[in-house]
Design a binder for this molecule. Structure first.
Ligand code: CA
Length: 222
């Protein structure tokens, strides 16, 4: 992911990880040209502080067939055509939703994969000790036994498990698991955490981080 605005890149990194991707973030065009060779797909913002994204696209294309999805606030048709001529595979116009980006990445990966090119490496499961989360089927297992979760409980658990041990802020969780423009009661999160603790049978796995939010700590020995 090439994006110089942390207010976009931070939630996007977390969101992509929650959907099973392993995003690498860079903030400049020069870094993007370096890093593109090792990537399975490139999500490229056009407005960068050093090299223009159009030029980054052109340079990456000279040496690599990696799928490129351009992210742009410029929505005029001429530029879209130009970008596709430069070798971009698809584009997303800001503001965009996480689900839209995930769908575009998967679509591009499918298309290029079918042509013998690289396929985006997706994590299909998250494992922490006896906890296993299947991101494809939305199933959760503790010691091999399936645990029935609601869709929101699943998303909450997957969000925490994408980076075990890390403190996830209440705000990030609400934005990522609920909605970017979610203005409901903050108690909703606590209700879901309580329910999740009970269903997993290990209340100590989901720990409150005072003044921040929550973290997932699964002791492999439990
Ligand atoms: Ca930018």
């Amino acid at each position: 992911m090439v994006e110089d605005d942390p207010s976009i890149s931070e939630p996007l990194v977390a969101g992509l990880a929650r959907h099973g991707f392993e995003p690498t973030h860079v903030g400049t065009g020069a870094e993007a040209i370096e890093a593109a060779a090792a990537a399975d797909a490139v999500l490229l913002d056009l407005g960068l502080p050093d090299v223009d994204g159009v030029e980054v696209c052109r340079q990456v294309r000279q040496t690599s067939n990696v799928p490129i999805i351009v992210v742009s606030a410029r929505s005029d048709e001429v530029e879209r055509v130009l970008l596709l001529e430069l070798g971009a595979d698809d584009y997303v116009v800001k503001p965009f939703g996480l689900r839209e980006v995930v769908a575009r990445i998967r679509a591009v990966a499918r298309r290029t994969g079918a042509g013998g090119g690289p396929v985006v490496a997706e994590r299909t499961e998250l494992v922490a000790g006896p906890l296993r989360i299947d991101l494809r089927t939305h199933q959760v297992f503790v010691d091999g036994t399936a645990v029935e979760l609601t869709p929101k409980e699943f998303d909450l658990l997957a969000h925490l498990a994408a980076d075990p041990g890390a403190a996830h802020s209440r705000r990030d969780i609400l934005e990522e698991v609920w909605d970017p423009h979610w203005f409901g009661s903050p108690k909703t999160l606590d209700v879901h955490v309580a329910s999740l603790r009970k269903k997993l049978g290990h209340p100590e796995w989901i720990q409150a981080v005072r003044g921040v939010g929550f973290k997932l700590v699964v002791d492999a020995a439990t």
